[in-house]
Design a protein around this ligand. Structure first.
Ligand SMILES: Cc1cc2nc3c(=O)[nH]c(=O)nc-3n(C[C@H](O)[C@H](O)[C@H](O)COP(=O)(O)OP(=O)(O)OC[C@H]3O[C@@H](n4cnc5c(N)ncnc54)[C@H](O)[C@@H]3O)c2cc1C
Length: 431
């Protein structure tokens, strides 16, 4: 890997997501050698992936080069590498570009899409967990619109103009809202020779409400927003399969569609090499203590979505959201510095800043402790917070410009098919 050997203890961090990036930022100018490994050379701001899928933002606006974070830091190195295994005996990570020894290892690999064992859905549905996948959705949507515009077969057209999303968590809700907005604000004008009222958006959810982790008030508000925008919601409906352009459910509902997006769950992106006491098998999350030590190890840590820390307030672990990952990354950096000074370590305490989801123009919901509100104020706060947390000044400026332009002109910038839609298997291999 061509990493110099030094006298400094080596911290290897796997994953430059919210957790890994916040950790490495705080380790600048410390007496550690820090090596960041990631299978991509950029950080992805996942909360805005849906805007890339629906033409609201260009992909570059929500990505940030990982090498830029470690610029001018002599003690820091980045390698583009996928880690396949961890050898805890030899203290080595095994990657597609070679092995690397660590003194301390931090696993911050986040999650991958969970298909709950359904191979057919995994192969046929589209997923949205990365930038290439978000772009894939964009291509498929516009390819299907083009095909629908030229077909004279009404059955085929219906299938091409029906968009079905499984999972009404924040991703599914935001995605359906953005599709609905695109339909009314942009597509009507772009396709004057097509009846865009034929475009259907369906959101399928197994629970009895949309946004199940949110308060009941926010769920109800979000559902009303979506219905007003013309999204058809199917609650208490479990998807059975998706094959030959047909979604079947465990009830009576059957939907023929050429666009089926799976946003119904995630599982930990774990790495092999651990016993079940450390890597919880069903959840695929590493069990950690209050200092993020992986169970049974004093020099291996897990942070963010991949870590499961049981506390009194969160007996099932923290929610798999950006804030716990950011806060754990920062706390672990503080503890690494304390280790150098031989000071007592600080246990992690999560500060819950609340949850929010946007449904469309002037429409969002916010839960902050016992306070719940929706509408314009919630939408404004949502925008402000997302701009604030976007990584990189350039990204903030470009996103702010794009949003302002879209707001004033009812327009979306990036409705392009840059490269043709590719089946999941191919995109997952390239990704
Ligand atoms: C579509 C979507 C929308 C979301 N919306 C919101 C939201 O609105 N608000 C919110 O708070 N949270 C949201 N989340 C969740 C949030 O993005 C995650 O909680 C957060 O990214 C977790 O941070 P992390 O550092 O644990 O992992 P990630 O940010 O996922 O980073 C993991 C990193 O590890 C790398 N990696 C993985 N495996 C390997 C390997 N084997 N070798 C090398 N590198 C590897 C990946 O390339 C990636 O860079 C959303 C997630 C998705 C997918």
């Amino acid at each position: 890997m061509n990493i110099p050997e030094t006298n400094q203890p080596r911290i290897v961090i796997i994953g430059g997501g919210f957790g890994g990036m916040n950790l490495i930022k705080k380790l600048k100018k410390t007496d550690y050698q820090v090596v960041l490994l990631d299978k991509r050379n950029f950080h992805t701001f996942q909360p805005l992936l849906y805007q890339v899928s629906t033409s609201g933002l260009e992909p570059e606006s929500i990505a940030y080069p990982l090498r830029k974070i470690i610029r001018k830091q002599k003690n820091m190195h980045f390698r583009l590498a996928e880690v396949h295994r961890i050898d805890t005996q030899l203290q080595k990570v095994r990657t597609d570009i070679g092995d690397l020894h660590y003194d301390h290892l931090v696993i911050a690999t986040g999650t991958r899409t969970n298909f709950f064992g359904n191979k057919t859905i995994e192969e046929n549905a589209i997923w949205m967990k990365s930038l290439p996948q978000a772009l894939n959705i964009r291509s498929l949507m516009f390819e299907n619109l083009e095909k629908a515009n030229r077909t004279e077969d009404p059955v085929k057209r219906k299938e091409l103009l029906r968009f079905v999303i499984a999972g009404a968590g924040p991703t599914g809700v935001e995605l359906s809202g953005a599709f609905a907005e695109l339909r009314s604000n942009v597509l009507q004008a772009d396709y004057p020779d097509m009846d865009t009222s034929e475009i259907e958006i369906h959101l399928i959810e197994g629970a009895d409400r949309v946004l199940p982790p949110f308060s009941k008030q926010s769920s109800e508000k979000a559902q009303k927003f979506l219905e007003d925008m013309g999204v058809t919601i199917h609650l208490e409906t479990l998807v059975g399969n998706y094959e030959n352009n047909r979604v079947t459910t465990k009830g009576d509902l059957v939907l023929d569609t050429a666009t089926f997006i799976w946003s119904a769950g995630v599982t930990g992106a774990s790495i092999e090499g651990f016993e079940e006491t450390a890597l919880l098998p069903k959840l695929n999350r590493y069990k950690v203590d209050r200092y993020n030590h992986v169970a049974g190890f004093q020099n291996i840590y897990a942070i963010g979505d991949i870590a499961l820390m049981e506390t009194e307030d969160f007996p099932k672990g923290h929610p798999q959201l950006a804030q716990p990952a950011i806060q754990q990354g920062k706390n672990l950096a503080k503890n690494f510095k304390k280790m150098l000074r031989k000071e007592e370590l600080e246990p992690f305490k999560y500060f819950d800043k609340g949850s929010m989801a946007t449904i469309g123009r002037n429409k969002a919901v916010v839960d902050m402790g016992k306070i719940h509100f929706g509408g314009f104020l919630a939408w404004f706060i949502w925008m402000f917070i997302h701009l604030w947390f976007l990584v990189g000044f350039r990204n903030r400026v470009v996103t702010f410009f794009n949003w302002t332009y879209s707001y004033l002109n009812y327009d979306k910038a990036a409705r392009l098919i840059v490269r043709p839609f590719k089946q999941n298997k191919i995109i997952a291999e390239e990704d």
